[in-house]
Write a protein that binds this ligand. Sequence first.
Ligand SMILES: Cc1cc2nc3c(=O)[nH]c(=O)nc-3n(C[C@H](O)[C@H](O)[C@H](O)COP(=O)(O)O)c2cc1C
Length: 299
Amino acid sequence: MIYFAPLQGYTEAFYRRAHHTVIGGVDEYVTPFIRLEKNELRLKDLRELKNTVRNPPNTVPQVLVKSPDELETLLVPIEKKGYTKVDLNFGCPFPKVTQHGYGAGILPFPNAVKSVLSALSNYPQIKFSVKMRIGLNSADELPPLIPLLNDAPLRHITVHPRLGKQQYSGDLDMETFRFFVQNSVHPVIYNGDIQTAEDAAPYHDVMIGRGLLANPLLGLEIKEGTIDTASRLTLLMAFHKALVVELQDIEQPLPKLKTVWDYFLPNAEPHLRKKLLKSRTMDDYLAIVPSVIESSITI
Ligand SMILES: Cc1cc2nc3c(=O)[nH]c(=O)nc-3n(C[C@H](O)[C@H](O)[C@H](O)COP(=O)(O)O)c2cc1C
């Protein structure tokens, strides 16, 4: 199975829909985390959730909670929108999040982890999963969590084998990853730095973030093998067109589209890419997109 990792600011609803409709090759899309603000779901998050019709059918909302009460509050609107699967974020490394005990900030506190996990059995209608790091400051935080995770009703656990304090770079701790796989009763999904089909080959189940943003065809390539140049070009053009269509009703689509290029097609011709990012109008932008996409393929 291939999971599209949640990336706040990138894999938003418009992006997931365009990807699912035009390209696919991904079994599930996990949404960027949804959280409470002043005890309520943020309007922005609610809009993003839309409903199961507007989102790809294989969308799994992710929540950032540190208590059963917060979980309960978030599950109400999520269920109302028709979702039946929910992912718990125990991995976000941002200090603003972790210092309040959220994301990877919950990992040093087995009691907090236990209280959230113990609440899951109150919602037998929902299938839960966890996405986590191997610790916040040390991999020593992991062993006490394993029995708690093993006791919880989970579909699977996605592990990004870095510490929270490493953020998104630095060595991957594969030894600890293997230790976790050996000791978990739940299926474990590998996540971290997968850029190519070869990188994914050792794993049965993978979650991919930046690698899919850079090459949205990666899921297809992993599942079906190499894609010829002509088909790559057609698919990437159609994908970009779908992004534009998805954004047609928003006031400022151009900044949103430019953000896609933070990760998209990193090997495109640098001066064309620069020109694209400098474009001031949608017309200028759209005029240059085909040459940038083409340059990423022929280079
Ligand atoms: C900009 C950015 C935003 C992210 N937002 C989330 C998020 O909302 N929830 C989450 O669980 N992980 C989030 N992540 C982590 C990714 O899902 C993923 O675990 C990480 O990027 C490692 O996988 P990759 O190397 O395949 O990208 C984010 C990562 C980045 C770079």
